[in-house]
Design a protein around this ligand. Structure first.
Ligand code: ADP
Ligand code: MG
Length: 280
């Protein structure tokens, strides 16, 4: 017997390194009229590096980095991995932490040597403005709620990001939207580089869901992080980037880009449209 078109499309998607979880999902891909993309780990590679450590007055840069790594080492966020890698790279001993807590879209906290260490989004804090103007993501390190330093973290754009955004724009009727928890300055810089004009920055996970629901058009969400899981679930079609993807997003998503190439997403939309023409 010949395979039904939607099933051969799933097999074809697999050849492009994309896991489509069901025939229903394969069909939905072709119905998408609007695309919302996350920034960190989706448009960017999700392998950021710490490029600056700015200790507060009277603090030591290595101490700030080691404390931050202590608080972050249980987080699977790309920024957390960058901070732990930077501490390892400097040969710093990463202190043991207890009571680890992660707040999606915001940051982490933990108890290190009896003190509460937090690494969080600056959300407009003065200390971060200079780093953000340079296009970096800034995070603030606090000990018992006092700021001890600021870290500047930079991530590279995926080489296929601009091409994938252009191809997705051609396949849909609405302009692509960038949804990010990161700050406005960094978001605007990345959006400019990939040609997205609709940018929503400083979003918490629930804000991403609201942005998906504000349009009646069937919306595809492409994301990678724990913070994207609710938006992926709310989408007509939720797509997770495989390599940067957290366990939760890989489970929640309808589609997983296993080979981690953003450019495969418009190809799979196109496969769906072709299959649906054969079905009808
Ligand atoms: P995006 O939507 O671009 O993937 P997130 O929503 O994951 O970004 O994160 C938004 C912001 O929250 C980050 O830019 C950072 O300031 C802060 N943040 C989130 N998780 C962490 C973490 N583990 N450590 C430090 N900061 C974090
Ligand atoms: Mg992300």
């Amino acid at each position: 017997a010949t395979m039904p078109p939607l099933l051969s499309a799933i097999a074809n998607a697999g050849r492009h390194g994309v896991l489509v979880k069901s025939a229903v999902v394969m069909e939905r891909l072709g119905q998408v009229e609007r695309v919302a993309l996350d920034k960190t780990g989706t448009l960017t590679e999700g392998a950021p590096r710490v490029v600056r450590v700015d200790p507060a007055a009277g603090r030591d840069a290595d101490e700030v980095l080691a404390l931050a790594a202590g608080a972050e080492h249980l987080s699977e966020h790309p920024l957390a991995r960058a901070i732990v890698a930077a501490a390892h790279g400097k040969g710093l001993a990463i202190p043991a932490a207890e009571d680890f807590r992660a707040t999606p879209g915001h940051g982490v906290s933990a108890t290190v040597d009896g003190r509460k260490v937090a690494v969080t989004s600056p959300r407009g804090a003065e200390a971060a403005a200079e780093l953000e103007d340079a296009g970096h993501t800034a995070v603030i390190v606090t000990v018992d709620d006092a700021v001890v330093g600021t870290l500047g973290i930079a991530d590279r754009l995926r080489p296929d990001a601009a091409g994938a955004v252009a191809a997705l724009r051609d396949l849909t009727s609405a302009e692509p939207v960038l949804l990010t928890g990161d700050n406005e300055r960094t978001a605007a810089q990345v959006a400019g580089e990939v040609g997205i004009s609709d940018v929503r920055a400083g979003l918490l996970p629930a804000d991403k869901v609201a942005a998906v629901r504000e349009s009646a058009q069937p919306t595809m969400v492409i994301g990678d992080g724990v913070n994207d899981a609710p938006a992926l679930a709310a989408a007509h079609c939720g797509v997770a980037m495989g390599r940067a993807g957290s366990d939760l997003t890989l489970q929640t998503a309808d589609v997983v880009v296993v080979r981690d190439e953003l450019a495969a997403v418009p190809k799979v939309v196109d496969l769906s449209r072709r299959a649906r023409r054969l079905v009808q």
